[in-house]
Design a protein around this ligand. Sequence first.
Ligand code: SF4
Ligand code: F3S
Length: 106
Amino acid sequence: TFVVTDNCINCKYTDCVAVCPVDAFFEGPNFLAIDPAICIDCALCVPECPADAIIQDTHISPDQAAFLALNEELAQQWPNITELKPAPADADEWNGVADKIGLLKY
Ligand code: SF4
Ligand code: F3S
């Protein structure tokens, strides 16, 4: 499966959802999660993300490992998102800010 990681937080550009052939994305207040039971590992979403936030689970770095369980859990709680929508007005200011996990809203 592919995993949405820290840099999506407060960026949430949603370019990823427009290309996912199986609608594997779920939307929270300031982050998206991929349901690992739905993702077919096509990798199409990876280059679409302006924040480079999507990583394959087998390549995830130790500091991002918490996002494996977070994607799985949050995808169960949040509604499906299948279409591009406007990013937050301050998305570009948050792109590249490290360690945003404490800002993740549920
Ligand atoms: Fe969807 Fe493919 Fe990305 Fe998985 S890797 S979330 S199937 S676009
Ligand atoms: Fe997040 Fe990147 Fe998608 S910022 S919403 S994973 S395009």
